[in-house]
Design a protein around this ligand. Structure first.
Ligand code: BEZ
Length: 249
């Protein structure tokens, strides 16, 4: 599978709903002035900036150089880092993450690194795509690949765990889970389904030729129009969020 790449300008223009919908995740984190916080998968730094403006000392990490640059442009201390290989020890009061953990397919490694990065009693507060997330989208993409043998094998690049699975992973790595919930969150795609696919399914389609990509886009849209599109709401993605707060014990 090829790696997902990100364009910070496109993300800001067409995917700003991602940080906007997570403002209340910041309330769950309840950041206090003077706290040290790691934002794991900080993206273009919109939420990281909010933590900083609340008086926290914040570091952002992201695997995308473009996103890290965008965060730095907001005045955030940010580093390019694959979160499977975090290398902090007893440094942070909290680790925060929005819409990033489902891109990390070795969760044990990630959680172990987060645990090591936290001070004793530190908190890990995060939201990611949970079990059932984008089920219709995934089914349509997989079907289009199956119908077009020249596209190759469809590889699902994400990790969408159930409550039980993620709670187990957290406990295994030394966390006590305070809250963990799974909630459907139908999410309007104001820039349309084509843009969503272009931005988020890049690792799935990058190897396709231009004509194959056109077939992919139009076929996925045709399959999903009766399910995810209405005249009054436009395209609405079938998001499901897993949100939790866990404490290092
Ligand atoms: C999500 O936030 O749930 C998501 C975003 C892009 C691709 C897959 C899932």
């Amino acid at each position: 599978m090829s790696q997902q790449t990100w364009n910070a300008d496109e993300y800001k223009q067409h995917a700003s709903f991602v940080p906007s919908l997570a403002k209340d995740l910041v309330e769950l984190l309840n950041p206090q002035p003077g706290e040290t916080i790691l934002d794991l998968g900080c993206g273009d730094g919109l939420l990281t900036l909010e933590l900083q403006q609340r008086g926290c000392s914040v570091i952002g990490v992201d695997s995308s150089p473009g996103m890290v640059e965008a965060s730095k442009n907001r005045g955030i201390e940010a580093y390019v880092q694959d979160a499977h290989y975090l290398n902090y020890h007893h440094t942070f009061d909290a680790v925060f993450s929005n819409a990033a953990l489902h891109w990390l397919t070795q969760p044990e490694k990630v959680i172990q690194g987060v645990h090591a990065a936290l001070k004793p009693k530190g908190r890990f507060v995060a939201e990611l795509g949970g079990h059932g997330n984008i089920a219709a989208l995934l089914k349509a993409m997989a079907e289009v690949f199956a119908e077009n043998k020249d596209f190759g094998e469809f590889v699902h690049p994400w990790f969408f765990p159930s409550i039980k699975d993620y709670q187990h992973l957290l406990e295994q790595q030394g966390f006590e889970v305070k809250t963990i919930i799974l909630t459907p969150r139908p999410t309007p795609l104001n820039s349309g389904l084509g843009k969503w696919l272009e931005i988020f399914a890049d690792s799935i389609t990058r190897h396709l030729q231009a004509e194959q990509n056109d077939v992919f886009l139009s076929s996925v849209k045709d399959k999903l129009r009766p399910i995810l599109y209405t005249e009054d709401k436009g395209w609405v993605a079938d998001y499901v969020r897993l949100r939790f707060e866990a404490i290092k014990v």
